[in-house]
Write a new protein. Structure first.
Length: 667
């Protein structure tokens, strides 16, 4: 048998007979390594220790210290161990697939009865028995007829269907965990005991259609999470508990911010409290954009398909559009709307984005190079079809508004406009409580339009702009749009979740398609570049992020009700109303609470509603014209004169941009 050469991580090369396994190589290197080995990396592929190696390549042996490979193996083995446990308890259950996902795995089962929380406990117990048995894991490659016959004999129709869908030239690898067997690409651990028995947990059950097809069988999907050790599992469960406390959907109900209902799927019904946050944030962005040299516009929500065809969206994006058909021949109130005149029917779409409409505004009137850069901003209401399964509170919706803007400029102005935007975005994020962010730089994809020289110039311009702002970036080669590179901006919230919000994208394509031009210094027509940019992105999604970032305890300037003024005794009602009037006259959102309830009840209720400042007024406060102040989350109270408190809260409640402006004015 011919020898092969394997290059090890230390750079050394060793010769072995072809067909040697990675496990045998580990044993050849050292007995200690062989005991610790869990898998291998062979020429960049994750490799089972039992798989033969037939050609030269680079080989590294993985142990439990190698986070990525170890976690993948633990989670993948647990999927099999869970399926084995389920069939041990309920032999009539049919198995399907069980992939690794973020933080864990799931497995889909066909079972007549629904799984219950008690069932999950029984499955976990059986899984720990299997792990403690330390059953060996082995693998074989079978041909297609043998594998199909095997699963037909076992009465596993889903496995038969999976095999029939696998390309004919792909090997069918069978894995045994003890005496239980599954079809799987692998790799896997060497015995069940390598899985940490105290570092996993079954989380929940949900429904899932077989192969994602709603016309097929509804299965039951069990989700689990797993880590390398008990401490990591505990940290993750604590994170999930904290995330649950911060869930914007729950807080939205508790704070009476918004609701959603099936008559308008994926669209938000904003309540007064939620709309107060929305408009406060939008007003802030409007002032920032105006100060940043943007000119605000507003464009139609329903636009004829002709524009979407010209822009290219009708061909590439129609499946995300809501189509509106109008019979233009109907001109009376009593016309039968159901009897459309097809010859007179006009096909429109609710706009899924604002960019083609912004080009229409740009195209009105002749533009000179002296007019550039021209920055047009819109709080544009858009509608995009998202599958119902993808909708998630106000984070993922079908109707939303963006802080959208487009900068029309020359190629030479791209670098300056990019640097200017990064600084603008940094100031906005700082004001909104996110002082740090990550930039990801997506460069030219394999399929693209434009010359290599133009791509070189634009990519260098973005890179230089980032450098000028003193920031770093992560390169994402090939992830740019077919017409231009882009920058995406990522925030990290209070519990470590990452959100992509801002974006900056260079586009020479849309001005070309929609015939935008300007007269250059040479008196000739030229195409402008179009720079797509957003800071918060969708207002709906960003407000959801803010709610979860602050666990509902919004900064004073964003809080729906900033001050609740509560009476302790009925004799204080008059002064309560006077205090509220003074606060409202100063521009604060204040409300009176003179209900016949104990003060502790009122404080608890307003604290649950996340009101930042709660004032208590009793007989003593009335006599001294003072108020007792309690801040949300603080046990200590302070009694201060009403006038003094109004003055301090008025300053404190200023939005960040107005506060900065006031500070400059008093400097």
């Amino acid at each position: 048998m011919a020898d092969i050469t394997l290059t090890l991580p230390d750079g050394a090369s060793r010769s072995y007979p072809a067909g040697i396994t990675a496990g045998e190589v580990a044993a050849d290197i050292s007995t200690s390594l062989a005991k610790k080995a869990v898998s291998a990396s062979y020429d960049g592929a994750h490799w089972d220790l039992a798989w033969p190696i037939e050609a030269d390549g680079a080989l590294a042996i993985n142990t439990m210290k190698d986070d990525g490979p170890a976690l993948e193996l633990i989670r993948h083995d647990l999927a099999h161990i869970m399926a084995r446990a389920v069939q041990s308890i309920w032999p009539d259950v049919k198995v399907t697939i069980g992939p690794v996902i973020e933080n864990g795995w799931y497995y889909d089962f066909d079972r007549a009865e629904p799984f219950t929380p008690d069932d999950l406990g029984a499955i976990e117990a059986k899984m720990k028995e299997i792990i403690n048995a330390r059953d060996p894991v082995r693998t074989e490659v079978w041909d297609r007829p043998r594998a199909i016959a095997h699963y037909e004999e076992l009465g596993e129709p889903y496995k038969v269907e999976l095999i029939e869908a696998i390309p004919g030239d792909e090997p069918l690898r069978m894995y045994w965990h003890g005496d239980w067997q599954d079809l799987c690409r692998g790799p896997h651990l060497q015995h069940t005991g390598q899985v940490p028995a105290d570092a996993f947990k079954l989380m929940r059950v949900s429904g899932a259609y077989w192969r994602g097809d709603s016309s097929r069988q509804m299965l039951q999907r069990i989700y689990g999470v797993a880590f390398r050790n008990r401490d990591d599992l505990k940290k993750h469960l604590t994170f999930l508990e904290e995330a649950e406390k911060r869930d914007h959907r729950r807080l939205g109900r508790e704070m009476d911010l918004f609701h959603m209902q099936e008559e308008a799927p994926g669209q938000v019904f904003w309540h007064p409290n939620g709309w107060t946050i929305y408009t406060a944030l939008q007003d802030y962005m409007r002032r920032k954009q105006r100060a940043g040299g943007y000119r605000e516009i507003n464009t139609p929500q329903v636009v004829d398909r002709k524009l979407w065809e010209a822009s290219g969206h009708w061909e590439k994006y129609q499946h995300h559009m809501f189509i509106v058909e109008v019979d233009e021949s109907r001109d009376g109130e009593n016309d039968d709307a159901s009897a459309k005149n097809r010859a007179e029917t006009r096909i429109n779409a609710l706009k899924p984005m604002n960019c083609p409409c912004h080009v229409q505004v740009y195209n009105q009137g002749l533009k000179s190079y002296r007019d550039l850069p021209l920055r047009l901003a819109e709080f544009g209401s858009c509608a995009r079809y998202e599958p119902s399964g993808a909708l998630h509170g106000i984070m993922r919706v079908r109707g939303f508004t963006q802080d959208d803007a487009h900068i029309f400029c020359t190629e030479e102005q791209i670098e300056e406009e990019c640097a200017r935007f990064i600084e603008f975005l940094a100031a906005v994020y700082e004001d909104l409580g996110f002082p740090t962010f990550e930039i990801k730089f997506a460069t030219r994809p394999e399929k693209r339009v434009g010359t290599e020289e133009s791509w070189d110039y634009v990519e260098n311009a973005l890179e230089e702009a980032i450098r000028k702002t003193g920031r770093t970036y992560t390169l994402e080669p090939g992830d740019g749009a077919f017409y231009g590179p882009k920058l995406d901006f990522y925030l990290t919230d209070a519990i470590g979740r990452v959100w992509q919000c801002g974006t900056f994208q260079v586009d020479p394509n849309l001005p070309e398609r929609l015939d935008a031009n300007y007269i250059g210094a040479d008196g000739e027509k030229h195409r402008p570049f179009m720079l797509h940019r957003a800071c918060v992105g969708s207002f709906e999604r960003f407000i959801g992020i803010l709610i979860e970032e602050h666990a509902g305890r919004m900064p004073l300037w964003l809080a729906p009700t900033q001050v609740s003024v509560c009476s302790i005794v009925s004799d204080a009602d008059g002064f309560v109303h006077e205090a509220v009037a003074s606060l409202q006259a100063a521009g604060l959102r204040a409300e009176a609470d003179i209900r016949n309830e104990k003060i502790n009840y009122k404080v608890r209720e307003h604290s649950m509603a996340k009101v930042p400042v709660i004032l208590a007024i009793g007989q003593r406060e009335v006599e001294n014209r003072t108020v007792t102040v309690r801040r949300l989350g603080e046990k200590q109270t302070q009694t201060v004169p009403l006038d003094e408190l109004v003055a301090s809260l008025t300053e404190e409640a200023l939005p960040p941009d107005l506060k900065a402006r006031a500070a400059i004015g008093t400097a």
